[in-house]
Design a protein around this ligand. Structure first.
Ligand code: ZN
Ligand code: ZN
Length: 333
């Protein structure tokens, strides 16, 4: 089969033929229906993910159709439509048993220790697999593990209450445009912040208010008390986040555009305003199911910047970096 393979540390990737995966005990093989490109891939290619084995198939966001199941797999059968968490937990430890498998000591990451999903077929550990309900499209389902389910868990961790006001930075990005919709579906009022006037219209389709510009705090505070911020950008927006929040506010920190850039935190903002900064990375099965339900109900509408075949993955990354585009970039092998 064809696959996008990372050959070594900071070596880039190649589209090449590799052997088809075979499911072992506790595994299944899916035909990849859609895979999604992610900013994280670019960080992986820059060498920020020390757990990567090489060669490894790139890509950690997938929806597929089960083709083969390995020994002892009873929960899934051929023809099932499924997604996968970004990692495979062991399914046995105290965290896994408590439904907090994101904290499993023995978790293995797809596109890290395990092959990822930019391929015609992919092998999944059954501990990471979630069935897609009818009513959810491939485009909606593929966004769950790294985008909508991840945001769903972030807002759950931030104890978002109905009627609270949330601000989303990087609102036109692949995560931002969907974070707005997850927050709305969870009952929040949403302000989207974007840096470009051209993309304000796209953000305005989903958000209640749109702010254009890098210094958004004074305008945000005029609209409402800001209770929660989903920051999909990182160090460039964090200072304005802290200024924007009303007392008791929470920041769900998802983005980190430059992992090497430190942030000079003024503790006064955090202490005197009772602010919580919640670092946040992934979803558990429970969150993925929550986001899949909202997707199947039509409350989250996937915004897709483009869908390309595997061979055009280069073009996909150009789209991902193209600041005039809104939404996620998908591969359809
Ligand atoms: Zn991702
Ligand atoms: Zn575990």
């Amino acid at each position: 089969m064809k696959a996008v393979v990372v050959t070594g540390h900071k070596q880039g990737y190649k589209v090449q033929d590799v052997s088809d995966p075979k499911p072992e005990k506790g595994e299944l093989v899916v035909k990849v229906d859609r895979a999604a490109l992610c900013y994280r891939d670019t960080l992986q290619l820059k060498g920020f993910y020390p757990r990567m084995k090489y060669p490894v198939i790139l890509g950690h966001e997938v929806v597929g159709t089960v083709e083969q199941v390995g020994e002892d797999v009873t929960q899934f059968k051929e023809g099932d439509k499924v997604i996968s968490l970004l990692y495979a937990p062991d399914g046995e430890c105290e965290y896994c048993r408590a439904g907090e498998e994101a904290y499993c000591h023995h978790r293995l990451g797809y596109s890290e220790e395990l092959d990822g999903f930019f391929a015609e077929k992919a092998k999944l550990k059954v501990t990471s697999v979630i069935k897609v309900p009818s009513g959810a499209s491939d485009e909606g389902a593929v966004l769950v593990p790294c985008v909508t389910g991840m945001v769903y868990r972030g807002l759950t961790r931030a104890k978002l209450k109905k009627g609270e006001t949330i601000l989303v930075t990087g609102a036109s990005g692949g995560v931002g445009i969907h974070a707005i919709q997850v927050a709305k579906a969870m009952g929040a009022k949403v302000i989207g912040v974007t840096t470009s006037q051209e993309k304000a219209d796209a953000v305005g389709k989903f958000a209640d208010h749109v702010i254009v510009g890098k210094e958004f705090s004074s305008e945000a505070k005029k609209i409402s008390d800001i209770n929660v911020i989903v920051d999909t950008v990182g160090t460039p927006t964090l200072e304005e986040d802290l200024k924007s929040l009303w007392m008791g506010g929470r920041i769900v920190q998802i983005g980190n555009v430059d992992p090497s850039a430190p942030f000079n935190l003024k503790l006064g903002y955090v202490i005197l305003k009772d602010i919580e900064i919640i670092g946040h990375a992934s979803a558990t099965k429970k969150d993925a199911e929550g986001a899949l339900k909202l997707t199947a109900e039509g409350k989250i509408n996937p915004v897709i910047a483009g869908t390309l075949p595997l061979e055009e993955v280069d073009k996909g990354y150009e789209l991902l970096k193209d600041k005039s585009k809104v939404g996620k970039v998908l591969l359809k092998p």
